[in-house]
Design a protein around this ligand. Structure first.
Ligand code: AMP
Length: 370
């Protein structure tokens, strides 16, 4: 299959900030862009050449996107597989629907990891309490993300707290006592070649990514093990495009896979400005059949801090705070309604200040709040 020729149209299923950043990278590479989202004012539909308004779980809407495009990709893994299959019959779609069929349900994702012997925390289907030892975390099998649709139970006494989450099918996972959370972002091309970004360290607040820094301060062998694990997962899935593997680093330096995202990922936002080729450009390169670019850091280190809607509580944040940080750059996603917990934007810090800024993220957010 030939690479997608410049001037052809890359269509994106989903219109959030990830789609917007993919579209901007695609345009820089000389492609036209289309995206599908239910809202005309969604982040991606604001910037693409061909905005298509319709629900991402609607087959006819997906077909309209396919007709307007020469090649398809996605920015969201929760699109129903049937819709993806319909779209993929009309135009080539990367990643393939079969990859999403494994990933979009936490149980099939965990079963896939188990089948291949990839390390993970003990888990099961949360239909009965059999085999479930406290402390556990319950997670909705689908549509739970950013800590939503999850509930931690430290003992049987917490059981009543799980009633809401258990209204939909869930998995249980043994709660992991980890030292750090890391993620490996990689791109896998149509030819199976991979390009891997420096391993990132992540902190979360309330289940939502808070800050990332790269490279994570890891012993070389741990870093190599994390990279090797992520590549094996991408190969086993037959993935094409960018993929993120979130992992827990335990106190004994062993690794457990937490979650796979078959798409560009929030913990890879530092690559935009921080690396020679961003995860967004790399994704476009991978799906369009171009040669993968250089994933190396430009200035040795980079960090990213998420900006959630809570920050707008007292009005527009004081952006001048960021102007005073060397190497800092603001990215806003064009969302007009800053609800608490909603990802409105992020800032990156590239270069020498990245590590200290990663540690000072809370303090900076306080100052931004005014
Ligand atoms: P997830 O949506 O699965 O990525 O979970 C969001 C966050 O919750 C993770 O980044 C961790 O901080 C935490 N978390 C998820 N699963 C576990 C687990 N099994 N043990 C401990 N913490 C977890």
């Amino acid at each position: 299959m030939d690479p997608l020729a410049r001037g052809k149209t890359l269509g994106i299923l989903g219109g959030g900030q990830l789609g917007r950043l993919i579209a901007e990278a695609a345009k820089e590479l000389g492609y036209r862009t289309a995206a599908l989202d239910s809202s005309r004012s969604s982040p991606a539909l604001q910037v693409v050449d061909i905005p298509i308004v319709g629900a991402v779980d609607d087959e006819l809407a997906a077909l309209r996107l396919a007709e307007a495009s020469d090649l398809l990709t996605l920015e969201w893994e929760l699109i129903p597989v049937k819709v993806l299959e319909t779209a993929a019959k009309a135009r080539t779609l990367f990643p393939a629907p079969s990859v999403l069929a494994v990933i979009r349900d936490r149980l099939t994702q965990r079963n896939f990891l188990a089948r291949h012997g990839f390390p993970q925390t003990p888990y099961g289907e949360a239909t009965t309490a059999a085999g479930w030892k406290y402390p556990v975390i319950l997670k909705r099998r689908t549509h739970g993300y950013d800590g939503k649709g999850q509930c931690r139970l430290l003992s049987e006494a917490d059981r009543p707290n799980a009633a809401e989450v258990l209204k939909a099918p869930c998995v249980w996972e043994k709660l992991v006592d980890f030292k750090t959370e890391i993620s490996v972002i990689l791109a896998r091309g149509r030819d199976g070649k991979t390009a891997v970004y420096p391993v990132a360290e992540n902190t979360h607040r309330g289940g939502i990514l808070h800050a990332t820094r790269a490279p994570a301060p890891l012993p070389r062998d741990v870093e190599a093990a994390a990279v090797a694990l992520a590549i094996k997962i991408a190969d086993a899935l037959g993935h094409v495009g960018v993929m993120a593997v979130e992992m827990f680093l335990l106190h004994d330096e062993s690794l457990l896979v937490n979650e796979i995202a078959p798409r560009v990922h929030n913990s890879g936002h530092y690559t935009l400005g921080g690396c020679a080729v961003s995860q967004f450009e790399q994704h476009v390169r991978a799906v369009c059949g171009l040669r993968l670019g250089d994933p190396g850091l430009l200035e040795g280190q980079a960090a990213m801090v998420n900006l959630l809607g809570d920050l707008w509580e007292k009005g527009e944040p004081k952006w001048s705070v960021l102007d005073a940080i060397p190497g800092a750059k603001l990215h806003l996603y064009g969302k007009s309604d800053p609800r608490p917990g909603r990802k409105m934007g992020h800032y990156t810090i590239v270069g020498a200040a990245a590590n200290t800024e990663f540690a000072r993220a809370d303090e900076r957010l306080e100052a931004l709040r005014g």
